[in-house]
Design a protein around this ligand. Structure first.
Ligand code: AMP
Length: 536
């Protein structure tokens, strides 16, 4: 099947299974080189010669000029067709379908020929480059049928719109080369390039796919935790680090060559010469994961950084530092599958002086202490990590959990409690709480529920207290007299239909039990509304 026919059929079928089947039989018939190109084109990557995104960087006017060499049309007609289709590829197909100039001696369009042309277009620079781009395109269009022209232009503009995602291509690769989908996905995480994954799968080498220097991977992410106790309940023992308020950075070094990659895996080396210098001083080849921060402390954000970069003397005024908290590769060995404790050992062995300090914690109190110390150092909170966990690129899960400084707090009264799970089975450990409707109206309106951050002993004490003050029971919930005042911290307030108040707290956690406060002294809905609008 021709590439353009495949695309047309893909765009016409809404069925995912059929798309996978079309793609997989197409993939199976291709040579390795063509397979790589086809996958790129399907995913809207025109060229590998230009920028990292694979765009051909061609102006609308250039496409118009190329088309006008082949058919006659007015600007009005072009505009009208564009309005009708909203897609330059369709416009080209329609213009050319009424008959257009063709080459005297036609040459077949092949994937390779189209790719070479896209490379030529994407790298053309300087005076007359738009004209050269247009001529290269004319060369292809002369040999193209209207359908081929449609997809040529779509590839050129990286605007395929045929309902093919990376996930779908992964499934088709698995089907085409009889590989488990999990193996394709895993290879993709480290190779980070679907077209290479396809070629590796074709060669039956998926299980060898591994991390390599100068191919950044998606950073592993942390799930929010609502309390120190939740971290210990979920993880048991953990490794705790400060949560730095900076920019995620992956640092790769081989010999003299140092490259820095952002969280979105863009090469950002040119922005941070001082980091390149710091890293150059460490011997060996390696890849590190970490956070870029201000040496002097304070919040660092990418947008403010872009501003700083334009600022003369930025380096002197605001020197930056890279704090490394993980190692992905060292001296010839990919380390992703090692447990975190061992990666930490490898990281320290590199001798970089900017490694993030860490400690082990096995009780909520130890986690709380690490948290308060981190806040006192001016950081955002902590990240707790499972010591036995492998580095999972792009994953957000309970192997890494973050506990952030709370945005604000409210004093609320507990109106109900629910039985917990696991170790807390049989204990009332999730508290449902409410605020007053207003200063003058003591009616209580529920606003949230928090997994308690209290110790087991405290929990047992309050369990008894709730049992004594029980006024009703409904499923797993025990409703109680509103007597116990607690202080809850949270990240933000959202509008929500879940609670009668019309608001809900994001990531609420119990900070303290306010035995010093009576239920009529708690906060009210007016305060909640104020905090909500103050968030902006
Ligand atoms: P957030 O941006 O609030 O979702 O938090 C996750 C981010 O915290 C990560 O992507 C990192 O950029 C950053 N971070 C700061 N310190 C650490 C650390 N010690 N471990 C992992 N991530 C960290």
């Amino acid at each position: 099947m021709e590439f353009s026919t495949l695309c047309e059929r893909l765009s016409l079928t809404p069925s995912k299974a059929e798309k996978v089947s079309l793609l997989s039989s197409y993939f199976r018939a291709l040579s390795s080189g063509d397979l790589g190109i086809a996958v790129d084109f399907l995913l809207g990557r025109a060229s590998r010669a230009g920028g990292p995104e694979g765009r051909a960087n061609v102006a609308f006017a250039t496409v118009r000029d190329a088309l006008s060499q082949l058919v006659t049309f007015s600007d009005d007609r072009l505009l009208q067709l564009y309005r009708e289709h909203g897609d330059l590829g369709e416009v080209a197909a329609e213009l050319l379908s009424s008959g257009h100039a063709t080459a005297l001696v036609g040459e077949r369009l092949t994937l390779k020929r189209v790719r070479d042309c896209m490379d030529e277009i994407s790298t053309a620079q300087g005076a007359g480059s738009e004209r050269r781009k247009a001529m290269a395109l004319v060369g292809l269009l002369l040999d193209a049928s209207p359908l081929e022209a449609k997809y040529l232009i779509k590839i050129l503009t990286s605007d395929m719109r045929i309902g093919v995602s990376e996930g779908l291509v992964a499934e088709a690769i698995a089907e085409a080369f009889s590989a488990p989908l999990g193996a394709v996905r895993k290879a993709y995480l480290v190779v980070n390039d679907m077209s290479r994954v396809a070629m590796i799968a074709k060669e039956g080498r998926l299980s060898n796919a591994s991390f390599s220097l100068f191919t950044p991977i998606r950073p592993m992410l942390a799930e929010p935790a609502s309390s120190a106790r939740q971290i210990i309940d979920d993880m048991g023992k953990c490794i705790v680090e400060d949560k730095y308020d900076g920019i995620r950075l992956q640092v790769h070094k081989k010999g003299e060559d140092v490259r820095l990659y952002s969280r979105a895996m863009e090469d950002v080396t040119r922005f941070f010469p001082e980091v390149v210098e710091q890293i150059s001083q460490v011997s060996g080849d390696f890849a590190l994961d970490g956070e870029l921060i201000y040496e002097g402390g304070g919040k660092l954000r990418f947008f403010s950084l872009q501003k700083l970069l334009r600022n003369e003397g930025r380096r002197e005024k605001h020197p930056l530092k890279f704090v490394a908290f993980d190692v992905l590769y060292a001296n010839g060995r990919p380390l992703l599958d090692l447990p975190l404790v061992e990666r930490k050992r490898e990281l320290l062995a590199l001798g970089y002086d900017g490694c993030a300090p860490f400690r082990e914690a096995s009780t909520p109190e130890e986690v709380e202490r690490a948290f308060s110390e981190s806040i006192a150092r001016g950081n955002e909170g902590i990240v707790a990590k499972d010591p036995g966990s492998a580095y999972e690129p792009g994953a957000r899960g309970k192997r890494w959990m973050k506990l952030k400084k709370v945005f604000d707090t409210l004093d609320v009264v507990v109106i109900g409690a629910q039985y917990g799970n696991g170790k807390r089975k049989g204990l009332l450990s999730d508290y449902i709480f409410a605020v007053r409707r207003s200063k003058d109206d003591p009616a209580l309106v529920p606003i949230g529920k928090a997994y308690s951050g209290l110790t087991d002993e405290e929990l047992r004490g309050y369990h008894e207290f709730f049992t004594k003050n029980k006024i009703g029971e409904e499923g797993n919930t025990v409703w109680v007299l509103p007597k116990l005042v607690i202080e809850v911290g949270f990240q933000s307030i959202q509008k929500s239909a879940r609670y009668e108040s019309g608001y809900a707290l994001r990531f609420p956690r119990i900070i303290s039990v306010r035995t010093d406060k009576k239920p009529d002294e708690i906060d009210d809905l007016e305060k909640v509304k104020e905090l909500f609008s103050a968030q902006g």
